[in-house]
Write a protein that binds this ligand. Structure first.
Ligand SMILES: Cc1ncc(COP(=O)(O)O)c(C=O)c1O
Length: 376
């Protein structure tokens, strides 16, 4: 296997097991950022075409990664923005219903809850262990349900939802499935063509190793064409390359998801970095990321069980991801174990009373064994 550790910066003395928090830049990404900095230092080298070409290159890579067409991808600055495009664009009104889960990351909660001010009924699922099974969602759906909004992989316990079953369910009752894929895309293979997913919003700063402030949203064309566009990004007006000759009375917007692109889409420093990072992920292959992380997390789960600790439900084969969490005997014991782990310079996260471990290609079995020694 390739020595991925060399392709990243040296984390020592830290042992970084926290890709679900921030994905680190590969070295080649930093080299690309330096190219972008050069352009900003010497703007005479910045060609006008690059404002259009760069977002489209990044868009094409993202589309390839998730099995979509580039016209189905809008570039955003966050998962929140992607979800907001849909939550506001659908123009829901009193009598409409939305179903979310209390286990969603706040990006996939608050814009929906905010719709209550318009009289929209927003039901919050609270399944016992924070994992939404199709039967949990089924109970909440009604003919008024317009949206079921869930996180593909839980940022808390790492459990991966059954998107096929959930999507089929909400489609049967006439609604759409909006998914936050931030903790899965880049780490787990996904093909939107094979799934009943209508919207997939992703923050790119974790498993896509991109900068903070980058992301995208996949919009199924059937949904895209139903969305209201409250703010026009001038670069999405047809013919915007020639922006001084645009018609004002009968202007047309491009017929593609990019009408929803974050304005000043061509943020060179961010997009040069994101382009290089996605190239890294593609080159390593998402499958290799999954297999490597799974091998390490299986080792962790086995070691935890031997020591009498229970790994989260993400240890179950049909719910696995590249995240695994665990708890000690009580919330206090878990908090003090977390402090001991941090004191030994391991970077992991404490989320909702669970210690969350999220390895990547740079981690080794030795990292897991050393973590287990602390748990001893
Ligand atoms: C599931 C999930 N979605 C989204 C985000 C980040 O959201 P945003 O890009 O809206 O800040 C996180 C960050 O931890 C997350 O875990």
């Amino acid at each position: 296997m390739r020595n991925y550790r060399e392709e990243f910066f040296d984390f020592s003395p830290a042992i970084y097991l926290n890709c679900a928090y921030q994905g680190p830049f590969p070295r080649k990404t930093v080299a690309q950022i330096q190219e972008a900095v050069e352009l900003k230092c010497h703007p005479d080298r910045l060609e006008a075409d690059e404002y259009f070409d760069l977002p489209n290159r990044v868009r094409a890579r993202i589309a390839r990664l998730i099995g979509a067409h580039p016209t189905e991808i809008a570039l955003t600055n966050s998962a929140t923005q992607g979800i907001g495009i849909v939550a506001t664009g659908l123009q829901l009104k009193a009598g409409d219903e939305v179903v979310v889960s209390a286990g969603n990351f706040p990006s996939n909660l608050f814009t929906w809850l905010h719709l209550r001010r318009l009289g929209v009924k927003v039901e919050v699922l609270k399944p016992p262990n924070g994992f939404v099974r199709p039967e949990d969602a089924a109970q909440a759906l009604s003919p008024h349900t317009k949206v079921l909004a869930l996180d593909w992989v839980s940022y808390i316990h790492g459990g991966r939802l059954d998107l096929a079953a959930l999507g089929e369910l909400v489609h049967r009752s006439g609604g759409i499935l909006v998914v936050d894929g931030t903790q899965g895309v880049g780490a787990l293979e996904v093909n939107v063509r094979d799934l009943p997913v209508d919207v997939l919003a992703v923050a790119a700063y974790k498993w896509l190793l991109g900068p903070y402030g980058t992301g995208f949203v996949y919009l199924h064309p059937g949904v895209r064409d139903r969305l209201d566009l409250p703010v026009v990004n001038w670069m999405s007006v047809e013919g915007s390359e020639d922006f001084e000759s645009l018609p004002m009375e009968d202007f047309a917007l491009v017929h593609a998801a990019r009408v929803f692109d974050v304005p000043e889409t061509s943020n060179f420093i961010n997009l040069y970095a994101l382009e290089a990072s996605i190239e890294f992920v593609e080159d390593a292959s998402v499958r290799a990321v999954t297999l490597h992380c799974r091998r390490l997390l299986d080792r962790l789960a086995g070691g935890l069980e031997q020591r009498g600790l229970k790994p989260s439900l993400a240890a179950q084969p049909d719910r696995q991801s590249t995240i695994l969490s665990f708890q000690s005997g009580s919330p206090q014991a878990t908090a003090s174990l977390y402090e001991r782990i941090r004191a030994k310079r391991f970077s992991v996260s404490l989320r909702q009373g669970m210690i969350r471990v999220s390895p990547y290609l740079y981690n080794t079995e030795e990292d897991i064994d050393r973590l287990l020694e602390i748990v001893e």
